[in-house]
Design a protein. Structure first.
Length: 604
């Protein structure tokens, strides 16, 4: 492997700069530690693009022999987790199962039941929309795609918020329950020191652990600011949707059957485990979504919160249908009338038309969500059969099951797969005996038989990773495909990717994947939100807030800093060689990369 910048590193972007900045020019990293180890974010040097030749029999070096041309460019967003942070259907208290002293630490250390930055998820998406639009002005982007978990808890209000932020053209207000004030784990009604309380400590109570032990700031008014409407810009590109487990399952794991829907729209919020609850049963509920195990969680003590019918859980058919009620393009955002009729969520779309003798590039969207529960993925037999049919119709040759060359009528297409789960997460075998799931090995083996499959783009893990899948030695067809997994918008580092499919002019292709930060400023301004604070005395008078429209970029900047400092996921120490690293950031091999592979068909 060799390093060579796709674009030479330069200074950070400034106001009015025509070419938008990427992490090849500037990378956000942790600055000097404050009390409790809390670190603000600062701008650091860019990270050049790394050339990877894992799928080439002979490495040609960093510089292709021919003249490179871009065949396709698109933006990849994943795991937005637009969340109703006041919903009684969420179980924030479960986050303790992921603490380092929990017996389930190794298995569920990134549970995601609670995050100190979760109230600002929609604002982070708005900030990323502005980043993507800036790049679309500088480099024509064919589309943007969101690879699942657009919502956090499969609720109807979350679904409308996510869609409206990406569509733009109106205000979005992420608020539920009572419009008068916030009711959730950060309020004082049921003060719990295990959650961050940005408004400060109520009289006579101890400071919360976030501020007392981990140096989190006091930011009065920020929760009220998050509940105010903001103007959504909307993506300037067409955008496509992919189904994720959080879009269909409660907390991404449980089938939304009773009593969960009643809990979601009701006024009783569970705030703790039942006394003597068996943690093994709790762990099974978290891992598999087993409803009998969930009964242990539903037996915990409750507090009263305002009810809201908009919090009802959404099943797959309604999730699909909501994408046809849109101000954006295309109508349906990839989902077809057939999907709407039969309730499936897999489809194809033309990513690049294949002009001037070039093969078309076809996007193949898979639905890897297991409808029987569990956070990991799988396919079913019908979808696998459909997938092979799509690949065979777009291939002039492929490998038969015995390894020999099979031929068809073509004409050839190049295939890029999109899904929520990566290949190694297709391990969820929960299903009735008469409908077994299709798991990792069968999907991998099928794809490696079709040379025209060149890439697979996905999310789910909340980490940047890049994985080569090569055909076995001795195969009559060389190469394989690249899997590109992109981090989330809810956890550090809150990034997306610009992905370009490039013809190297020498019989090879490349995916050039460049990590993008949101348009939010690097430094959070804690004073920005003070004008939004509302006391009960002000509410009693009916007085309006004096603060003007909320700035979503300011909230997104704070969200990114909080995510970088979340005590469960803080990376390293003062000697950390990568201050911009951490679990979600991956390694240098996973971020800005130039991924070479043999072209499976001639390119004129």
């Amino acid at each position: 492997m060799t390093t060579k910048p796709w674009a030479e590193p330069g200074p950070p972007a400034s106001t009015g700069q025509a070419e938008p900045v990427t992490t090849a020019q500037r990378r956000l990293v942790r600055g000097e530690a404050r009390a409790g180890g809390y670190r603000p974010l600062v701008a650091g040097p860019g990270e050049p693009v790394l050339v990877r030749t894992d799928l080439l029999a002979e490495a040609p070096g960093a510089t292709p022999a021919g003249e490179r041309r871009t065949l396709l460019a698109f933006a990849h967003l994943s795991d937005l987790h637009v969340v109703d942070h006041q919903s009684p259907a969420r179980a924030e208290f479960l986050e303790r199962v992921g603490d380092p002293d929990s017996p389930f630490w190794e298995k569920v250390q990134e549970l995601g039941a609670y995050r100190p930055n979760e109230a600002f998820a929609a604002h982070v998406v708005e900030a990323m929309v502005q980043t993507v639009n800036a790049h679309a002005q500088a480099t024509p982007l064919a589309f943007s795609i969101v690879t699942g978990d657009a919502t956090d808890n499969c609720q109807a209000n979350e679904l409308s918020w996510y869609r409206d932020v990406l569509d733009g053209g109106g205000d979005v207000q992420v608020d539920s329950g009572s419009p008068a004030r916030y009711h959730g784990v950060a309020d004082d009604d049921h003060y719990d020191v295990r959650f961050w309380h940005p408004d400060g400590t109520p009289p006579g109570r101890p400071d919360d652990q976030a501020r007392a032990e981990y140096g989190f700031p006091e930011v009065p008014g920020v929760i009220d600011a998050a509940r105010r409407a903001f103007a959504a810009t909307g993506l300037a590109t067409p955008w496509y949707a992919v189904h994720g487990n959080h879009d269909n399952l409660v907390q991404g794991t449980a089938v939304p059957e009773e009593p969960i829907p009643t809990l979601a729209v009701g006024d009783a919020k569970i705030y703790d485990l039942a006394p003597g609850a068996d943690l093994t049963t709790v762990g099974r509920a978290v891992d598999t979504g087993d409803l009998e195990a969930f009964a242990v969680l539903l037996a915990g003590p409750t507090r009263t919160v305002p009810a809201d019918e908009r919090r009802r859980p959404v099943r797959r058919a309604e999730h699909i249908a909501a994408h046809f009620d849109t101000r954006g393009l295309p109508v349906g955002h990839g989902y077809t009338e057939a999907n709407r009729a039969d309730g499936t969520a897999y489809y194809t779309f033309t990513a690049a038309a294949g002009l001037n003798g070039l093969p078309p590039v076809v996007g193949v969207v898979l639905d890897t969500v297991n409808p029987y529960g569990g956070w990991q993925g799988a396919l079913d037999e019908a979808q696998l059969t459909w997938l092979e049919g799509v690949l065979q119709r777009g291939s002039a040759r492929w490998l038969a099951e015995d390894g020999s060359i099979a031929t068809g009528t073509g004409p050839d297409s190049l295939f890029i797969l999109f899904s929520h789960h990566p290949l190694d997460c297709l391990v969820n075998d929960q299903a009735p005996d008469d409908a077994p799931r299709v798991l990792l090995s069968r999907v991998r083996d099928l794809l490696l038989r079709y040379p025209n499959v060149i890439g697979w783009v996905n999310g789910h893990t909340h980490r940047h990773t890049v994985t080569p899948y090569a055909r076995p030695a001795g195969s009559p067809v060389a190469g394989g495909f690249w899997e590109i997994t992109t981090a989330s918008h809810i956890d550090w580092p809150q990034q997306s990717r610009l992905i370009e499919l490039v013809d190297n002019g020498d019989g090879t292709l490349a995916f050039v994947a460049t990590v993008l930060d949101t348009a939010a400023p690097a430094a959070a301004d804690y004073d920005e939100f003070r004008g939004y604070a509302q006391t009960s005395a002000v509410l009693a008078t009916g007085a309006e807030r004096e603060a003007g429209p909320v700035d979503p970029l300011a909230l997104a900047a704070l969200s990114r800093e909080l995510a970088a400092n979340y005590w469960q996921r803080r990376p390293g120490n003062d000697a950390d060689p990568d201050p911009g690293g951490g679990s979600g950031a991956g390694t240098v091999l996973d971020r800005n990369v130039d991924l070479r592979l043999p072209a499976p068909v001639p390119l004129p």
